[in-house]
Design a protein around this ligand. Structure first.
Ligand code: BES
Ligand code: MN
Ligand code: ZN
Length: 498
């Protein structure tokens, strides 16, 4: 998809479709008003028929326009004639792209950057248009014979005034970088477990390193991990024929001595549960258990393209969790890299076994902060549904910054408590802790487990088990939380340069 900024007058534009907004009670936006005059009152004629009242998310596609060079007009309802909330703005944009599905429209001019959005500027609006359009146009065709997609759009121009051009263009460049990162995250997530293995994920990371300036990629093999004493991580991959990989990505965009932000992504390319085997229903979706890892790759692609002045380390522990004669058995006790011993009460609580050794490994980078992203617990969906990402951590400032970034990016996270009372859930009679705190407060006990390996740095954990993909007829990766983390990193970069 080709994105650009357009500052020419509307009546001079050549495109298959122009997208303009209409507020509640049929009040035309400035560009709808301009189009209305240049077409001799055409838009008012259509709107007065009553097919579009201007409620947020309504759309009407006008397929023939008299005179001029514009072939079609898409009217998009915006709601009340006042600044839109960020969420309603996204809703209107989504409605606009979705209504272009199954049409032959190839080039569009989007005039929705002129709408006022509360607390958001031109840069944000232009960025968000690119993010939302690109996200909606994504379709996984890699393993289909028919590669045709529902949306045929090739060219999107965002209408802006000459004075807005710089800000709009800056937002567009950021939006393109983030959108591309998100496509990578979604693509890797949607790939099946027999293609996307730990070795495949490692190869993709190496390719990314070749493509991105400032990004160095190294992969630790099982022998390296044995030497490091990663007994918890390796106990999981023992049950699989696919060897585990610990992918490390090093992006140097900041000052040489600036402490890095470490991002850790859970990379289980398939989670069958191990000997504590999962039920058959919906087990295919456990190919998505590497979405945390895919998020780290998507973020690093976005960051490298934006050339953010930060140092970022990405760590992706990757393995399968399978039942096998050599797999972990319930009751087995393993020794983590930190020296702490773990009783594996449930072999399906494998994510934390990989993450704990990776957290210990992260110590060697003297991190500024560590953020892990993991499809860690089914319980997070019970607590928060598929709306908010679960957020837990040992640092209020970091957690608040992540919540705020999610709010701006329209990719929300909500914090759950990590009070010490919950640590009781992990008591073991035989080891330093168990890996499973039972059914109640499952998301919190999982984070409690991780917190014991994150004592030496500021740390936050994003549980994306209910938000990284959709189930049902629209089954597919969502690319979350690429938007949230991109916003967090953009904010951090601004604090450095500003
Ligand atoms: N990958 C799963 C979490 C998961 C479950 C994600 C369902 C999405 C949907 C994780 O490895 C897991 O199995 N967690 C267990 C932990 C339990 C055994 C303590 C869970 O949530 O049931
Ligand atoms: Mn599991
Ligand atoms: Zn898992």
């Amino acid at each position: 998809m080709d994105y650009s900024i357009e500052t020419a007058p509307l009546e001079e534009l050549q495109c298959d479709c122009i997208i303009v907004g209409v507020y509640q009670d049929r009040q035309l936006s400035p560009s709808a008003t301009a189009l209305n005059s240049s077409t001799g009152g055409f838009i008012n004629t259509i709107v007065s028929r009553g097919d579009l009242a201007g409620k947020n998310g309504e759309t009407v596609l006008i397929n023939a326009v008299p005179g001029g060079t514009i072939e079609r007009i898409l009217l998009v309802g915006l709601g009340e004639n006042k600044p839109l909330s960020g969420k309603n703005y996204k809703k209107a944009l989504l409605a606009a792209v979705n209504s272009l599905k199954k049409t032959q429209i190839k080039s569009v001019v989007c005039c929705l950057a002129e709408c006022d959005v509360t607390d958001r500027d031109m840069q944000w609006k232009s960025r968000h248009i690119v993010e939302v359009f690109n996200d909606a146009a994504y379709q996984f065709t890699y393993t289909k014979s028919d590669k045709e997609t529902e949306i045929k759009i090739e060219k999107i121009s965002i209408a802006a005034t000459e004075t807005e051009r710089t800000a709009a263009n800056f937002g567009l460049l950021q939006g393109k970088a983030i959108a591309e990162g998100m496509v990578l995250t979604k693509h890797l997530g949607d790939l099946p477990g027999n293609i996307c293995t730990p070795a495949y994920l490692a190869e993709q990371a190496i390719e990314l390193g070749k493509k991105c300036a400032g990004l160095t990629v190294k992969v630790l093999e099982e022998s390296d991990m044995t030497a490091l004493g990663m007994g918890a991580l390796l106990s999981v991959s023992r049950g699989s024929r696919q060897p585990a990989k610990l992918i490390t990505l090093d992006y140097q965009g900041g000052e040489k001595n600036a402490k890095p932000i470490v991002l850790i992504g859970k990379g289980l390319t398939f989670d069958a549960g191990g000997i504590s085997l999962k039920q058959a229903q919906g087990m295919d979706e456990m190919k998505y258990d590497m979405c945390g890892g895919a998020t780290v790759l998507g973020i690093l692609l976005a960051v490298a393209q934006m050339q953010l002045p930060l140092n970022i380390i990405g760590l992706i522990p990757s393995s399968e969790n399978m039942p096998d004669g050599d797999a972990n058995k319930p009751g087995d006790i393993v020794t983590s890299m930190s020296g702490k011993t773990i009783e594996v009460l449930n072999t399906d609580a494998e994510g934390r076994l990989l993450l704990c050794d990776t957290l210990t490994y992260a110590e060697r980078y003297s991190p500024e902060v560590v953020i892990d992203i993991a499809t860690l617990t089914g319980a997070v969906g019970v607590a928060l549904g598929n709306v908010a990402i679960g957020l837990l951590g040992n640092d209020d400032i970091l957690c608040n910054e992540l919540t705020a970034a999610g709010e701006i990016a329209n990719d929300n996270a909500w914090r759950l408590p990590l009070w010490e009372e919950y640590q009781e859930l992990l008591k073991s009679n035989f080891a330093d802790m168990t890996n499973s705190g039972g059914r109640e407060a499952g998301t919190i006990s999982a984070a409690c487990f991780l917190s014991r390996f994150a004592e030496k740095f500021r740390w936050a954990h994003l549980d994306i088990a209910a938000t990284a993909w959709r189930s049902g007829p629209t089954k597919g990766a969502t690319g979350r939380p690429v938007l949230l983390l991109s916003q967090y990193l953009i904010n951090r970069a601004q604090n450095i340069s500003g």
